[in-house]
Design a protein around this ligand. Sequence first.
Ligand code: SF4
Length: 251
Amino acid sequence: MLESGAAVARAALADVGADGVGEHLGVTAEDEVSATHHFACTMSGYRGWQWAVVVAAVTGSSAVTVSESALLPGPDALIAPEWLPWDQRVQPGDLSPGDLLAPAPDDPRLVPGFAATGDPEIDDVAYESGLGRRQVLSLEGRLDAAQRWYDGDYGPNSDMAKSAPSICGLCGFFTPLAGALHGVFGVCCNSMSADGHVVHFSYGCGAHSDVAAPTGMGSPAFEPFDDAAIELVEIEPRAAVEAPVEAAPAE
Ligand code: SF4
């Protein structure tokens, strides 16, 4: 069956007008009565793809029939990556001006808020405490953000924090957050440092408000040249050079 099956399979591809049918690559058994013949595809742009033809024969019969044929990617074929829904492809930083990115309906980071009353005096106060918003941050969303900030560039384990002279929690430029994260995070208000970023209480940097200015002229690398350090050397006076004797003019 295998020998004649290959010929039948190649003829079947010719019948359907398949292009670029190359050498016979092999055959794989599907079950007791059917097998798939593979042919290299020589069409440009289909490197590694294979023509596959499924043939079948009733046990004890020499008659081979064709079940189906298809062009399929082989093990070395260049194929597109597995498709992902768009909401799983979007990454932090992808949002551009004008883009809209709605949270998923079941986003675990959000929980329902409470409806506004319509009374401005009540609603202004309620809004500040989270009431009046349709959704507010859930406990999971809060813990998620806190962990991300703790592990990030402005967390206590960053290189900057490890070499800082003191922590943000003791810095005059540190403005604590309101709400549940009040005790652990704040915003740096130092334009020379992490200005506008949420920093952990135990983060820190060299621009801490308690850093004292260096005494003297600053870095030793830029100390002014010290004239007093010049070594004075006695210079031997040069030996007097006798003027050449000019010849008396002839009379
Ligand atoms: S200046 Fe430095 S130490 Fe102070 S709050 Fe900003 S990052 Fe923290």
